[in-house]
Design a binder for this molecule. Sequence first.
Ligand SMILES: [Fe+2]
Length: 500
Amino acid sequence: MDRRSFTRSLLGAAGLVALGARADAPDAWQAAFESRRAQQPWQMGFEGLQDDAAPLPLAMRGRVPPALYGAFYRNGPARHTLGGERYHHWFDGDGMLQQYRMGPQGVVHQGRFVRTDKYLADTAAGYPVRPAFGTNPPHAEPIRSADAMNVANTSVVSHGGELLALWEGGSATRIDPQTLQTRGLKTWTPEYAGMPFSAHPRLERDGSLWNFGVSSTASLLSIYRVSADGRDVRTASLQVPDIAMVHDFAVTERHLVFLLPPLVFDVERLRAGQTFLASHVWRPALGLRVLVLPKAQLDAPRWFQLPAGFVFHIGNAWEDTRRGVIRLDYIRSPDAWWATQGIPNLMRGQYQSADHATMALVELDLQSGQARQELLPHAAEFPRVDPRFVGQRYRHVLVSERVAAGPRPGYDAVTRIDVQSGRADRYRYGTEVLAEEHIFVPRAGAPEGHGWVLGTALDLRQRAMLLSVFDAQHLVDGPIAQGVLPRVMPLGLHGIFVGA
Ligand SMILES: [Fe+2]
């Protein structure tokens, strides 16, 4: 066999393999997931969807207060399998924007996949042809830009008259707030077209937006400041040594605060064909670095040091100028095991108990350069604060909490934690319900934390989603209104409320 025909035969073989995969035979991950599904009801939250979710009314108990008329938008990974091939990480799935439209007639839900370039290319092929955050599918093509693998699946923001679905490694995606149709990528400035724009922008009291983006291969941290009307966009970028996986940040009156876990990007691993996730190395000797940037002088970084730990989310931060300290809360894991192993295991139907992430309070002393940390006994995630107090002195953080969830992943309660007193006000959904993120919707003119708490949960017994409204001061009393959506939606990530 000459060289040319040898190559042709290899290609032919590859073609046969590809044809096999296209026959929708489940791959090993899908088969493992399916084999355990009947015994583990929690898996329905990670099964995923293939199609958009057409408008469907909720059966309501109690009434939604008029102050909540408008839309509750949620985003999350929703297509986990295509053509028999299952993604290996929850964060890989194509984003679906969900809308709970609330009005005097009741609540109607719909969900629509974001038509990203990746979604369209994969759908056209019938199987994944683009790499994902934690999976290199067998037929993945090489990509030239981060947006080629952008799944727009992490959060949503309403700003400057636009609704944007957010990922973290690439552009934001513009969405029609009524129909949820995809309008295309958002370009902030020509120079920053296609640059990463994180899923956790911070909106300040005056409506201005701060955000960041991590360009791992370039070791670059980019900063965005966008005026309330969206017209004035300022950008800056700085080199960061040992660039880490950074998912969230915080703002104070005068500073931006980044927590850099020692999960550090190694470009050689990416070049060797590892996934983006597997191109990160746990280097605990680096500790948890804290980068503080003065808003007025982004090129004057200050560094603080905390014990090694992993972090996705920060609740809030504020500056105690009298004492010269920055205070913040975050959700801390002792290491990155859950992100790199625990979550992938869920995708094949394996839940292993982990050292659950807990809330931590931090004080950064701007004079001495010292950082102190205190751990609170709350196994929790998805910290949210009253949106009027972002970057301001605050007391209340809302979390999804794991109280007695049993042998399954996720959260069984929604809890408001007072970070000054340590007191907690909690509603327990029970072990047959998986609570998603809940958010504060403030009552106009009322003090911090007064208003409503709004959130969704997956009810495993009813095979339904619950949309719950609480009096934010009395979670323990249970929902003042609750709707049942008679279908299972994939467990998702972040949401926002937009008033009518
Ligand atoms: Fe997040």
